[in-house]
Ligand binder design. Structure first.
Ligand code: PLP
Length: 389
């Protein structure tokens, strides 16, 4: 069930810290109660005890509360949680009719690209991949293809490319296409793509939204809850049952209470690390939208506020083996996939994704956590300089 609400936005800090004023009315508990029931008993006259509690696929208060909180943060009208970011993306893509058309930004999260390519082939959907961070290319392709959906990721993973959302939205509107934005790396704290004209904003809530590497979840939010597009997605989630479990939603809500605080520290740490890497002799290139040298920096300044996020990538001088050696020498960073958690992670993307998106084997992606930044930089320094553990 979608959450409809009148936006009631205080600061994001207050919204999240108080979990959108979650107070257990029965006990006064200052955190929401956890209700694992899958079904709800009826009275002897067969009426429901509560009209909002029939069966857990539709009726889950903690899920609703988490959806509402994220929806307010995104300045949206309605939001839906899914059991993973990929499930949220799949729900969007399933609205494209067989034989329809899709434009997807090239070189984005490889899991999205892999699944979407297979899905489009199965459904005979024409898929065109385009360098959407170059507005002219996006305009030209959109006018030619006239797609049902344009799907972009900004900043993108792992290239940290920035897409001009206002321009993309105008381009889409001109041909009646829907703009869907994966804003996972930006988080709902740093950017609200609906305000730039996106039809739907998507998050892998597995990442910074939860922030503790212990929940897999996805989120979609719209600024137009009555559109056919949203209705199709909402109905699909309900009928096909791609719902988030109670415990996951409860953990997600708990994680979200510190989201602005975490994002602030992670972004500050990432900015300092990006600056450090830029000046390191063994680094070829640093990809981070907060760097003034980054191609999308000016745009990122417009579309993000309060920081540039916790995700960055850098390319090591030498071969892919050098990059793997750097990863191997790190002591503080975990060598693990994913991003947005409180603990810092590094990943050699080419090992994970092979040639799906054309990622070079000298690229290391870094998810910066909330550890002390001096210790993170010292660890990177020794690993890059070739110190023996
Ligand atoms: N979008 C981005 C940018 C991601 O990085 C990921 C996962 O890494 C996803 C979507 C998929 O999310 P999930 O792993 O929650 O299915």
């Amino acid at each position: 069930m979608a959450t409809n609400h009148t936006p009631n936005r205080t600061s994001l800090e207050t919204l999240f810290a108080r979990a959108n004023e979650a107070l257990d009315e029965a006990t006064g508990g200052v955190v929401p109660p956890f209700q694992p029931a899958t079904t709800f008993a009826r009275r002897s006259d067969y009426s429901l005890v509560s009209n909002r509690h029939l069966y857990a696929r539709d009726d889950n208060d903690v899920v609703r509360l988490a959806e509402e909180t994220l929806t307010i943060a995104e300045n949206g009208e309605a939001g839906l949680l899914f059991p993973s970011g990929m499930a949220a993306i799949a729900a969007v893509m399933r609205t494209i009719p067989n034989g329809g058309r899709l434009i997807m930004q090239s070189q984005i999260y490889w899991g999205t690209m892999k699944w979407v390519r297979e899905f489009c082939a199965r459904r005979e959907i024409e898929l065109v991949e385009v360098a959407a961070h170059q507005p002219a290319e996006l305009v030209q392709t959109t006018e030619t293809v006239r797609p049902d959906i344009v799907f972009v990721e900004t900043p993108s993973n792992p290239w940290l490319r920035t897409v001009d959302l206002r321009a993309a939205s105008q381009t889409c509107k001109a041909v009646g296409a829907r703009l869907v934005v994966d804003s996972t790396a930006a988080t709902p704290v740093l950017s609200q793509p609906l305000g730039f004209g996106a039809d739907i904003v998507m998050h892998s809530a597995t990442k910074a939204v939860n922030g503790h590497s212990d929940v897999v979840a996805g989120f979609l939010c719209t600024g137009d809850a009555s559109s056919d597009f949203w209705t199709a997605i909402r109905t699909d989630r309900h009928d096909a049952g791609a719902i988030l479990g109670s415990f996951e939603a409860w953990l997600l809500l708990r994680g979200m209470r510190t989201l602005p605080l975490r994002v602030e520290r992670m972004s500050a740490n990432a900015a300092a690390i990006a600056e450090f890497l830029t000046s390191h002799n063994n680094v070829l290139e640093v990809l981070y939208p907060g760097l003034s040298t980054h191609l999308g920096h000016e745009l990122a300044q417009v579309q993000m506020s309060g920081g540039f996020g916790s995700l960055l990538s850098f390319r090591v001088k030498g071969s892919g083996k050098e990059a793997l050696n750097v990863c191997g020498r790190l002591n503080l960073f975990h060598r693990a996939t994913s991003l947005g958690g409180v603990e810092s992670l590094v990943e050699h993307r080419h090992t994970i994704e092979g040639d799906v998106t054309g990622v070079p084997d000298d690229l290391i992606r870094v998810s910066v956590g909330i550890e002390h930044v001096d210790e993170l930089i010292a660890d990177l320094d020794q690993a890059l300089s070739g110190a023996i553990r």
